[in-house]
Design a protein around this ligand. Structure first.
Ligand SMILES: NC(=O)c1ccc[n+]([C@@H]2O[C@H](COP(=O)([O-])OP(=O)(O)OC[C@H]3O[C@@H](n4cnc5c(N)ncnc54)[C@H](O)[C@@H]3O)[C@@H](O)[C@H]2O)c1
Length: 298
């Protein structure tokens, strides 16, 4: 598939990432987008989130007119029929729950419905692309396209080459990333967590260990990383912001399989926090709150 043949893009999942990805393809790429989710209320909430973001971050800030926002929204159609989202698209981006079995089921449905030359990409954060592609009859036309949250702000896209992904597919995903105004990096999928999340895992686990040892409070651990390494956010703040603490536990099990036991172990502090409901992100309380409410009182 060549980049200029792509006219319609299917986005599978209308959650936090799917809704932002659909917006980006319409806003920057000018594509027609069909966004799917399981239930009409999930689709509607993804469309509503898109309208709100366009109003708040673009129209109200004078970065686009209300008519431009309307046109961007107008190119995105919602559906609960996965075949409809795949059948007319030349390029499909999947952004459903981070679980290999769920993704394989979705990819097998996409493979059934999509035209044979349609390229299917996954926004998975760390799952194995070759495994996901094995649910299709077109593993050469499957790759990873890993966006970062918030999608319109973060410049990186990790383009993940599965063992069977063709060079043509990788080139298409790289070209698409550039067209969408992003900076792609290409990596192979036989590591774990691609490039940024694998490095972040190591940094996050070390920061949690230091908090556990009470070397310093969370503010100072983050301050050291921000000022010492010129990062906009420290590893603990970032965990709270992304709501990644629950995922940090389940992903360690995969990390043990892929990288070996010495590299994959969810820290006991993360397990304690998550069991007590301190997961960060949408829960509104993460490691900073756990330190304040629980640990600092021990
Ligand atoms: N949140 C982030 O910061 C971030 C960043 C990069 C990549 N990702 C990846 O993007 C993907 C989506 O993450 P998200 O944060 O948008 O999650 P989300 O929970 O906001 O959305 C996930 C969507 O998957 C759908 N879903 C749930 N179970 C399903 C099933 N059994 N079959 C089909 N669909 C199902 C839900 O209806 C929901 O709309 C994941 O693979 C995640 O790892 C997330």
């Amino acid at each position: 598939m060549e980049l200029d043949r792509v006219k319609t893009v299917g986005v599978i999942g209308a959650g936090l990432m799917g809704s932002q990805i659909a917006e980006l393809f319409s806003k920057v790429g000018g594509y027609q987008v069909v966004m799917w989710d399981l239930k009409p209320e999930f689709v509607n909430s993804g469309l509503e989130a898109m309208e709100n973001r366009l109003a708040k971050f673009f129209v109200e800030k004078g970065k686009m007119t209300a008519d431009e926002a309307k046109a961007i929204r107008g190119r995105v159609k919602g559906t609960t029929n996965i075949a409809e989202a795949a059948a007319n698209a030349e390029y499909v981006v999947e952004a459903v729950l981070e679980n290999t079995e769920v993704k394989k089921k979705v990819f097998s449905q996409l493979d059934e419905a999509a035209r044979p030359d349609t390229v299917l990409v996954s926004n998975t954060s760390y799952l194995n692309i070759t495994d996901i592609a094995s649910a299709t009859r077109r593993p050469d036309r499957v790759a990873g396209m890993h966006f970062f949250n918030p999608v319109s702000v973060m410049r990186l896209v990790e383009v993940v080459k599965g063992t069977l992904s063709s060079q043509e597919t990788v080139d298409l995903v790289v070209g698409m990333s550039v067209k969408l105004g992003k900076e792609p990096v290409v990596c192979k999928d036989f590591s774990y967590g691609f490039l940024a999340n694998r490095c972040n895992r190591a940094m996050r686990n070390e920061a949690v260990q230091m908090l556990w040892e009470r070397v310093a409070p969370p503010e100072d651990i983050d301050k050291a990383m921000k000022l010492g390494y010129n990062l906009p956010m420290g590893p603990l703040e970032l965990g709270d912001f992304t709501g990644g603490w629950g995922i940090a536990i389940s992903s360690e099990e995969d990390a043990i399989r892929e990288l070996g036991p010495e590299k994959g172990r969810a820290h006991p502090l993360i397990r304690m926090m998550v069991r007590a409901g301190y997961t960060g992100g949408r829960s509104g309380k993460g490691i900073y709150a756990f330190w304040r409410d629980v640990m600092s009182r021990w």
